[in-house]
Design a protein around this ligand. Structure first.
Ligand SMILES: Nc1ncnc2c1ncn2[C@@H]1O[C@H](COP(=O)(O)OP(=O)(O)OP(=O)(O)O)[C@@H](O)[C@H]1O
Ligand SMILES: CC(=O)N[C@H]1[C@@H]2OC[C@@H](O2)[C@@H](O)[C@@H]1O[C@H](C)C(=O)O
Length: 385
């Protein structure tokens, strides 16, 4: 195989929580990571978030992944503009990041941008996944090649279209001194895991709800966007029967690979969660316990239980969730990404920088063991300014 080329790549990720756009820089040849660069973040405004939420509702009836009826066109323009602004602000903030010969300074060189876009619909069972965001417009505005629409090829070939971070987790874990099997857990709106065990391809899947159920419940009861610091859950009592009922759902009996839509558990939580009768504290405690228990429920599906878990994503900042995870995953070691020197909040943006470089070289982004795609599959659409 010819030597791979090292490129500077910027990854852009806006996740299911609709909080904003994460930016992260890597220098990579698509196999090894040679350097980590500065990160950035551009939150969505409340007004933008309202349009995006409306777009999620509107997208529920989409049958054509290229159609942008109703509010979806406006939402796509918002996503493209927010991502462009995220890069422009990042460029501005890092103009003098790198010392050059002769005493001058420069921004890190960006050869390619990996643009995830905003998922508004994810139905791999009907080969449909929709990430809105105009890659061509972004390439023109930023004057740099952009790779986008990462999930379409995988879903088109019969894969789950998610998760896509495992190949990046494998590169990150390759230089980490931790016993294997090693699990990397991302707790965003949805929770997804990568399990690394020696030379075998990574095993990966979505494992259950992440913060989405907790966020939606707390927002409905108090108007707050989240259970900050897990304080409500810490003050409540877990309804273990409700947790058992929720774990009885078919999704948990399925082996990996499998993936989830953000709202996959919304209806079940209403029916089985006993939330209507619960105090806000007890409801938060029960949903937090369900989130942790759903993670632990993947272990019986694995060949060997992970010895060590690294936790990333917003959920790692919820100490009550972290405590429940440690309890339910014991005796495995559970630690937050920062403990091993990773940037837990920017891991996904870093992953899409890495994936963009792999896409340029036609390297696989997904595998039978990560998305269930029949063969290792490259993907992403490359557009130039
Ligand atoms: N201090 C905190 N206390 C409790 N929860 C927190 C805290 N900070 C973040 N979170 C949770 O993390 C969520 C955001 O997580 P994250 O940014 O990883 O999601 P995302 O990347 O949008 O989602 P996904 O990975 O599913 O695409 C918030 O909605 C909230 O539930
Ligand atoms: C369809 C989609 O956007 N899925 C997201 C979502 O957020 C977390 C989880 O669900 C994961 O499957 C995926 O994102 C990460 C970045 C992934 O593909 O690995």
């Amino acid at each position: 195989m010819p030597a791979l080329k090292v490129r500077g790549a910027l990854g852009l990720m806006s996740g299911t929580s609709l909080d904003g756009v994460d930016v992260a820089y890597l220098a990579t040849d698509g196999e090894r990571i040679l350097a980590f660069g500065p990160t950035g973040y551009r939150p969505f405004t409340e007004a933008e978030r309202a349009v995006l939420r409306a777009a999620l509702d509107e997208a529920e009836i989409l049958a054509d992944r290229n159609a942008r009826p109703g509010v979806l066109a406006e939402a796509e323009a918002i996503v493209t503009a927010a991502n462009a602004e995220a890069v422009e602000a990042w460029r501005e903030a890092n103009r003098s990041w790198m010392p050059l010969d002769g005493g001058a300074f420069a921004a890190p060189p960006v050869d390619v941008v990996g643009f995830h876009g905003q998922t508004v619909l994810h139905r791999p069972e009907v080969r449909l996944t929709v990430q809105i965001g105009d890659g061509q417009a972004l390439a023109r505005r930023l004057n740099v090649p952009v790779v986008y629409d990462f999930r379409a090829a995988d879903v088109g070939a019969g894969g789950q279209g998610a998760p896509f971070v495992p190949v990046f987790h494998r590169a990150m874990a390759g230089v980490l001194h931790r016993p294997q099997p090693l699990a990397v857990l991302n707790i965003g709106g949805v929770a997804n895991v990568t399990v690394l065990d020696g030379e075998a391809d990574p095993i990966a899947c979505d494992v259950g709800p992440g913060n989405a159920l907790i966020d939606d419940f707390v927002a409905g009861r108090t108007g707050a966007a989240m259970d900050t610091g897990g304080e409500l859950a810490a003050a409540g009592k877990v309804d273990e029967d409700a947790v058992r009922r929720l774990l009885g759902m078919r999704f948990f009996t399925l082996p990996p690979p499998k993936s989830l839509d953000r709202n996959a558990f919304k209806a079940a939580a209403k029916v089985h969660g006993g939330l209507d009768r619960a105090s806000v504290e007890d409801g938060a405690a029960t949903l937090t316990a369900f989130t942790a228990a759903a993670v632990a429920r993947i272990v019986p599906h694995l060949k060997r239980p992970p010895k060590c878990w690294i936790i990333a994503g917003g959920g790692a900042r919820n100490p009550t969730l972290m405590r429940m995870l440690a309890e339910r995953l014991a005796p495995a070691r559970v630690e937050v990404a920062e403990r091993v020197g990773w940037l837990g909040d920017h891991l996904e943006a870093q992953a899409f920088a890495f994936l963009a470089v792999r896409a340029l070289d036609g390297l696989p982004l997904s595998y039978p063991s990560t998305t269930g795609v029949p063969e290792p599959m490259t993907g992403g659409v490359v557009v130039r300014p």
